[in-house]
Design a protein around this ligand. Structure first.
Ligand code: ARG
Length: 481
């Protein structure tokens, strides 16, 4: 919103204790103290909170029937005006500092005295705390859906490419064979956990600050359970002081967003590596790569890089919130106004990253042939061979040693795979251990065989992948109900 639109000569209607013109007279001070650049996005919550407050005042005989009707009518008109005009709404006036005072001033301009009664028993301190809580509740709803959409994208990719056999990596070194779907289900598990963490944290303090006033409450007979029930944001906060001065709910929200962003960043890094020529495990859709201004051949995974990079800002917002609140004395302090700037920025970034991730996942394909071409490298089946020996009664530590010996033998003889060894080779190499191998050892070798053999629950081979896929499809179907 441009500042010119908000310039006017109005003096703040809540600064009557001042002998002079007050803080609106210095344009820098007016801009410095204002939050209108970002808090206009709370207007729907602000209006809903005001209507609930007015209904409560009416029920407590602090407003007449006519007052209430005028307030509700006026606020409904203001809401439709802002819906239609957005940033261009004529009521936005930077000298009024914030969304709360702009809406109230517009109401007074429309309906006169009934509008002047709306703020009875209320302060911007409990008002903004409520608005933010309500905004987080609705933002949570949106971002929850975006987590589900991303999980759906992973599931749909898993249904296409899930059975492709691939190497897994620890320390980014080849580990054991898995299937693509096994790895995709790992991302699903992490996104699901992030989604559940958000739900748990958003719902963990069901407290409604409205009715706390500026800090100490009110001598008027406010019925805080009335507004709490109408707004469905929890029961009245137990302390008027804590209710107005705590921003824990915002911090919890951004912490949970940070965990989603961190998960997305890890995934993005993984796929940036997979999209490299060296790996060539995936083909990103042309929609989600960019060219180079100089190098004609380039197809860079910039969208993935930005998903990886945007987490920096989200962590930054979390640290900003924690730092902003660390020295706040027990009542409201204006520092707290900055909270929304950080919370909105973190939310917007994570929304964009989730949407982008869902689109990328939906359109990416795993490259079966290039993955298969190098699957014989790295002795992926070594652990399986050790487990074969365990089945034959060899203690695991001994079988680990035997297979290590066999790997060394392969390397010495330039054999790339353990399955290149004959039964005799294997037996001879392990003579000191008194171990014999049978023909069935070959069923335990090669990545293709190994991925079928995993039995432990949650495994990332074929059986585990199918089990997990069925589980997540079930979860999605239940969510949709
Ligand atoms: N815009 C302010 C905020 O976001 C509203 C509260 C102002 N309260 C005050 N006592 N000055 O925090």
């Amino acid at each position: 919103m441009s500042n010119e639109k908000k310039q006017s000569v109005t003096v703040k209607p809540w600064e009557h204790a001042k002998a002079s013109e007050g803080s609106a007279a210095d344009p820098l001070a007016a801009r410095f103290v204002a939050s209108l650049d970002y808090d206009t996005r709370l207007y729907k919550q602000d209006i809903a909170g005001s209507i609930a407050h007015a209904e409560m005042l009416h029920a407590q005989n602090l407003l007449t029937d006519d007052d209430l009707a005028a307030i509700k009518q006026g606020l409904a008109e203001i809401e439709s005006e802002i819906d239609a005009k957005g940033d261009a709404w004529s009521g936005w006036n930077i000298e009024l500092e914030d969304v709360h005072m702009c809406v109230e001033a517009a109401l007074v301009a429309k309906i006169g005295d009934p509008g002047r009664k709306l703020h009875t028993g209320r302060s911007r301190n409990d008002q903004v705390a409520l608005d933010l809580k309500m905004w987080i509740a609705s933002a949570y709803h949106e971002i929850d859906k975006k987590h589900t959409a991303l999980i759906e994208s992973f599931v749909s990719l898993a249904e296409k490419d899930g059975e492709i056999v691939m190497p897994s990596y620890t320390h980014l070194q080849r580990a054991q064979p898995i299937v693509v779907g096994g790895e995709l289900m790992a991302w699903v598990a992490a996104i699901d956990r992030a989604q559940q963490r958000l739900a748990a944290l958003v719902h963990s303090y069901p407290e409604n600050p409205l009715g706390s006033g500026a800090i100490a409450g009110s001598s008027l007979p406010l019925d805080r359970t009335h507004t709490a029930a109408a707004l469905n944001v929890g029961s009245p906060s137990t302390s008027s002081i804590d209710g107005t001065a705590s921003r824990d709910a915002g911090i919890d929200f951004v912490y949970a967003l940070s965990m989603t962003a961190m998960t997305l960043s890890r995934w993005a890094e993984q796929w940036i590596i997979y999209a490299s020529t060296e790996f060539s495990f995936i083909k990103l859709d042309d929609l989600y790569t960019t060219g180079s201004s100089m190098m004609p051949q380039k197809q860079n995974p910039d969208m993935l890089e930005l998903v990886r990079g945007k987490v920096a800002g989200v962590y930054g917002q979390l640290v900003a919130l924690l730092t902003m609140t660390k020295g706040i004395t027990v009542g409201y302090n204006r520092d707290l106004q900055e909270d929304k700037r950080f919370i909105f920025a973190a939310y917007d970034a994570v929304c964009d990253c989730l949407d982008m991730a869902a689109n990328i996942v939906k359109t990416t394909r795993f490259k079966d042939e290039t993955i298969a071409a190098k699957l014989n490298e790295g002795f992926l089946d070594a652990t399986s061979l050790a487990e074969y020996l365990v089945n034959r009664g060899v203690p695991f530590r001994t079988s680990h040693q035997i297979v290590g010996t066999l790997v060394r033998k392969c390397q010495a003889e330039n054999l790339t795979e353990l399955s290149n060894l004959s039964i005799e080779d294997m037996t001879a190499a392990c003579s000191e251990f008194n171990v014999t191998f049978d023909q069935d050892v070959y069923d335990w070798l090669t990545p293709q065989n190994v991925v079928k053999r995993y039995q432990s629950s949650g495994n990332s081979g074929l059986p585990g992948f199918h089990e997990q896929l069925a589980h997540w499809k079930n979860v999605l179907a239940n969510d949709a109900e």
